[in-house]
Design a protein around this ligand. Structure first.
Ligand code: UDP
Length: 272
């Protein structure tokens, strides 16, 4: 069963949103892909400016080091469970999540929603030309999709005023930002008040996948949760990040659960 002695293991269930599971201090929404799409649809219909984050173990580790990033995730309107490690962690804490909602899959589904509803999409980030290729791939899957802008840009704060002006002028309903975490999510949090785009999502390497620049791991590996191994073989330069996401994340989770159990049952510690 889940440990309730440690506040970071507690489920947070504010009335305005559904069930959430807290993993090492980061609250993640227990949403299916259908529910995530429906919630984003509602956000667009109700107006305002909402931020969506696709959380994987690297996000959780970064949030532990970076309070601004942790606050950004805490304030986001929706944090989806991206990353197999998040599902394993939730199960280990006795609070299973129902499934993954990855940046790539969510982007595809949102393109279909946008095509149906007439919502306008803007793709920001990735190397020059990649956002355009990703937009073309989405338009092949979602006939009639309106893409109102594609721009590589940079997360450099010096570029912010120009980007904000460009995006505001294009009036998108959904802004996809692919600068990798935590930059994309911090960028959205900083600029959302001026942009006032109904929904802005950080999507990491999604444009690279959609444009065919980086292959997705084969489905059997993804099912086994071995995506990280495939990434390590294809992009060995990511080894530091993978160490953070796999062994360090697991170690922190084990330690946190042990600490919580000792708080709940101090007599166990006396017998050690
Ligand atoms: N990127 C960018 N500008 C930068 C740094 C990164 O556009 O200054 C893009 C990069 O081209 C890639 C994405 O950000 O498309 C990062 O993808 P990754 O899979 O590393 O995302 P993460 O897993 O960090 O969220």
């Amino acid at each position: 069963m889940a440990d309730v002695a440690d506040p970071s293991h507690r489920e947070v269930q504010p009335p305005h949103r559904g069930r959430r599971v807290v993993i090492l201090g980061v609250a993640i929404d227990d949403v299916t892909e259908d529910e995530a799409v429906a919630r984003i649809d509602t956000m667009i219909q109700t107006g305002g400016a909402h931020q969506v984050c696709t959380v994987n173990p690297e996000f959780v580790m970064e949030a532990g080091r970076n309070p601004t990033f942790a606050a950004t995730l805490a304030r986001a309107a929706l944090c989806t469970p991206d990353g197999f490690g998040i599902l394993l962690a939730a199960r280990y804490l006795g609070q299973p999540l129902r499934g993954r909602v990855t940046g790539v899959d969510l982007t595809r589904r949102l393109a279909l929603l946008a095509a149906t509803r007439g919502y306008r999409l803007f793709l920001l980030g990735a190397a020059p030309g990649v956002a355009e290729a990703a937009a073309a791939a989405l338009q092949r899957e979602a006939a009639g999709l309106q893409v109102v802008g594609c721009f590589a840009g940079s997360p450099d704060p010096a570029e912010e005023p120009v980007l904000v002006q460009m995006i505001s002028a294009a009036r998108p309903d959904i802004l996809l930002v692919a600068y990798g975490h935590p930059r994309q999510d911090l960028w959205i949090a900083r600029t959302q008040p001026q942009l006032a785009v109904p929904v802005a999502l950080g999507v990491g390497g999604t444009f690279d996948y959609l444009a065919g620049r980086v292959p997705l791991a084969p489905r059997p590996l993804r099912r086994l949760g071995l995506e990280w191994l495939y990434r390590l073989l294809r992009q060995p330069q990511r080894w530091r990040r993978i160490i953070d996401a796999v062994p360090r994340f697991t170690w922190r989770l084990l330690r946190q659960r042990e600490k919580a159990m000792l708080q709940e049952h101090p007599d166990v510690a006396d017998h050690r």
